[in-house]
Design a protein around this ligand. Structure first.
Ligand SMILES: C[S@@+](CC[C@H](N)C(=O)[O-])C[C@H]1O[C@@H](n2cnc3c(N)ncnc32)[C@H](O)[C@@H]1O
Length: 292
């Protein structure tokens, strides 16, 4: 990327963060409406396919599985990245290099490691549930998934379009897709009642859930674990450097949680522990079902 373009995009990100820190939420929203919408800086930012897709929300919400593919660098030609003009490509590449983007790529690899660990512990017998699976791209990094070293793998999401991609790309590995929402899960009408799992995980979901739903869902998912089973949940941390840009230019408003706030969602006796990605943008909470 040319230094000039990189700096211009960097300045947009930095000034968004600076303005955000000066205002309370209503003032920040007013500032965005009056100063960012239809501004020259917004026109530059929206050249990036991640930014414009989140902003225009063709699936009705920001952060869909295609946005994640764009961040992971998957099927870029299909999404037209190879045909982007020079400026658009520069802004896109800049955004892919930001800490939040690095953090979601770290998260994807971590999920694959958890899947492999669960499958290696119970060779050929492991049962895994991915909640809000998106396109389930961690499959690419998981040897156990690719080698079908599991008994059951359930990929659940509310988005039918994403599940079709999972079925198309990974259906022959024996993965079962389930179209359902968190609400369906909480109302016990998800179609997976009675099933238990060695690993349950949710990445890119809790950032959309309020505290009450997050707490209820964590208790429900923890209840689905077998003995020694693990539940892994991810959430973006407050104060990430990209938050100003995400809110102002992508209209992407996540619910950020500290490690303590995420731990407050854990059931008692769930042996919860937390850790972060190297950039400290995402907090992970791992819970383990132990006897007694
Ligand atoms: C940011 S993507 C994450 C996808 C994938 N887990 C990953 O890490 O690449 C968020 C996913 O959460 C799903 N989602 C959001 N709210 C949901 C809900 N209430 N019930 C089920 N899925 C939901 C979306 O459909 C989307 O596929």
């Amino acid at each position: 990327m040319s230094t000039e373009k990189w700096q211009a995009t960097q300045e947009i990100v930095a000034s968004a963060l600076e303005y955000r820190s000066k205002f309370d939420l209503p003032q920040w929203k007013k500032f965005i409406a009056e100063n960012i919408r239809s501004s020259p800086s917004e026109q530059i930012a929206h050249k990036c396919p991640i930014t414009s897709r989140n902003f225009f929300k063709p699936r009705g919400y920001a952060g869909d599985a295609i946005v994640l593919d764009l961040l992971y660098g998957i099927e870029l030609d299909k999404y037209g990245v190879d045909k982007l003009g020079y400026d658009a490509c520069e802004v896109y590449r800049h955004n892919c290099a930001q800490p939040a983007a690095r953090a979601v790529r770290f998260r994807r690899k971590l999920l694959a490691e958890y899947i492999d660990a669960a499958c290696e512990q119970r060779i050929g017998m492991a049962s895994v549930l991915s909640v809000a699976c998106g396109h389930l791209r961690e499959t690419v990094w998981s040897e156990s998934l690719r080698k079908r070293n599991f008994e059951t793998f359930v990929a659940l999401d509310q988005d039918e379009g994403s599940l079709k991609v999972v079925a198309r790309d990974y259906g022959d590995l024996g993965i079962t897709t389930v179209k359902n929402s968190v609400l369906d899960l909480l109302k016990a009408r998800s179609g997976i009642e009675g099933q238990t799992f060695d690993l349950v995980y949710a990445a890119g979901l809790y950032d959309y859930l309020d505290n009450d739903v997050a707490k209820s869902l964590t208790a429900l998912l923890f209840g689905k674990l077998r003995q020694d089973g693990k539940l892994l949940i991810a959430n973006f941390l407050p104060g990430i450097p990209d938050v100003g840009y995400m809110e102002a230019y992508m209209d992407w408003w996540l619910i950020y949680r500290s490690a303590e706030e995420l731990l407050a969602c854990a059931p008692e006796n769930s042996n919860a522990r937390t850790f972060t990605d190297p950039d400290m943008n995402i907090v992970f909470m791992e819970m383990t079902k132990t006897p007694g």
